[in-house]
Design a protein around this ligand. Structure first.
Ligand SMILES: O=c1[nH]c(=O)c2ncn([C@@H]3O[C@H](COP(=O)(O)OP(=O)(O)OP(=O)(O)O)[C@@H](O)[C@H]3O)c2[nH]1
Length: 171
């Protein structure tokens, strides 16, 4: 069984690998540059879910991939401010795509204002934290939780929700 993840982002690959290893899947995980086909900065639950599903479903069209994972970050407006959100999708040939959402935190107003003005969170977080490529490391969630929950751990939880919903991994 071949499994792909629709990203080359190390935080996403690490999350997928760690959880697949935990459930006994020890074969290679194939990272693919999968288009999300949503905006660079998804601005709603719907857009972020769609991005995760598009990434996973694209991977199934590449080579002989049996199962594919898509992980996507975004933000959404709430009456309490702009929240960081994350979703995952697990696509499998001949089956309905499984979806799960992860932890969400409110972003500081100075970050939210820049995103509302059209900037992307990745570069804004680099600027704010002075850490290069923060989106591939602890991520915004890691910065704003002082390392209590880093981006890979947050995606790991989503991965558990995905593989858990699929159920039986013995074939
Ligand atoms: O520093 C960050 N910490 C985060 O927690 C986070 N969540 C989202 N984003 C940014 O939101 C956009 C879409 O996210 P995204 O998941 O589609 O893309 P990504 O660039 O992170 O990965 P990938 O496209 O290589 O797979 C991109 O501008 C990301 O940089 C984050 N940046």
């Amino acid at each position: 069984m071949k499994i792909a993840v629709g990203s080359k982002n190390p935080a996403k690959i690490k999350a997928a690998e760690t959880v697949l290893r935990k459930i006994g899947y020890i074969n290679e995980l194939i990272p693919l540059d999968a288009p999300s086909n949503v905006s660079g900065m998804p601005f709603s639950d719907e857009e972020t879910i769609r991005g995760a599903m598009n990434r996973a479903e694209y991977c199934l069209t590449q080579g002989d991939v049996d199962i594919a994972i898509g992980l996507e970050g975004g933000v959404t407006e709430t009456p309490h401010g702009l929240f960081l959100i994350n979703y995952g999708a697990l696509a499998e040939k001949g089956k309905k795509t499984i979806v799960a959402g992860g932890a969400r935190i409110k972003l500081p107003e100075e970050i939210a204002a820049r995103l509302r003005a059209g900037e992307e969170l990745g570069p804004v977080m680099e600027d704010y934290s002075k850490i290069k490529n923060v989106r591939t490391k602890e991520g915004a969630v890691g910065i704003f939780t002082h390392g209590m929950v880093n981006r890979d751990e947050m995606f790991m939880h989503i991965m558990k929700l995905l593989v858990g919903q699929r159920g039986d991994w013995h074939d």
